[in-house]
Design a protein around this ligand. Structure first.
Ligand code: DC
Length: 238
């Protein structure tokens, strides 16, 4: 077993990275870290305390010192885990349209990114990990064993996000979501620090017409091939 197998998954909002990452991590018996949660948490704190979401001097200390915990689900409402900020359950609070609209702003700040990147590298140290985000293969873990760049067309992504909100009993207008996704893509890929882009050695995966099982089977094959010369991969059915 490769104790330090490191998988990086990047791609735009709603491409299906988190579900894919979680399923791949289960198959590989790895820890799965969704780095977007950390940027969402910084944004949540900024909004909750009336802080300017574009003020790096205020938000980078928040990013390095916030009390963020990710623990097993405390409520059976479809969540994969429970997220706490200062012991307050913010699991769904991090997924509101307001956070979606705002999160690209703190995410573009160099100091916030430095603080988050440091924390993410620390979490990934000495462990088998699948990490999901925008700059994992390019900046956070450039030496990852395997990198995936996951995409889907914007309409598919907006539809998925609407389904997700409706499943939680919230209103969802696909056209609004599509607009918000396109704006977020533009900001995430246009920012100066660590913009969203595929690593040169990333394997591309388009998820529009794939089931999650097909995605995981494809990914395990890629992982297996990339490790073939050195070792045998042990996996688990998901
Ligand atoms: O994956 P997500 O939608 O939860 O991510 C929320 C935001 O966080 C996304 O719009 C950009 C930012 N992000 C980032 O800049 N770098 C990462 N590695 C992960 C997320």
């Amino acid at each position: 077993m490769n104790a330090h197998l490191v998988i990086a998954i990047d791609g735009p909002a709603g491409a299906g990275k988190s579900v894919f990452g979680a399923a791949l991590a289960r198959a590989l018996q790895s820890l799965c870290i969704d780095s977007g949660i950390v940027y969402r948490a910084v944004t949540w704190i900024a909004l909750a305390h009336g802080l300017d979401p574009e003020d790096d001097a205020t938000l980078s200390p928040v990013a390095s010192s916030m009390n963020l915990q990710i623990v097993p689900p405390t409520v059976q409402d479809g969540r994969q885990f429970t997220i706490l900020i200062d012991s307050q359950d913010v699991t769904w609070g991090l997924r509101t349209p307001e956070i979606d609209r705002t999160v690209s702003r703190p995410s573009a700040l160099p100091g916030v990114r430095r603080a988050v990147t440091e924390q993410l590298r620390h979490l990934a140290r000495d462990t088998r990990v699948v990490m999901v985000g925008r700059d994992i293969g390019t900046v956070v873990l450039p030496d990852a064993d395997v990198k995936f760049y996951v995409t889907a067309n914007p309409e598919t992504r907006a539809r998925r996000r609407a389904d997700e909100l409706q499943a939680r009993g919230q209103e969802a207008d696909v056209a609004d979501i599509l607009r918000s996704i396109i704006e977020r893509d533009t900001r995430d890929s246009g920012r100066a620090t660590a913009p969203l882009r595929p690593a040169h050695d990333a394997v591309h995966l388009e998820t529009d017409n794939l089931t999650i099982d097909a995605e995981v089977a494809f990914a395990l094959d890629v992982v297996q091939r990339s490790l073939r010369s050195t070792t045998t991969l042990e996996t688990k059915d998901v």
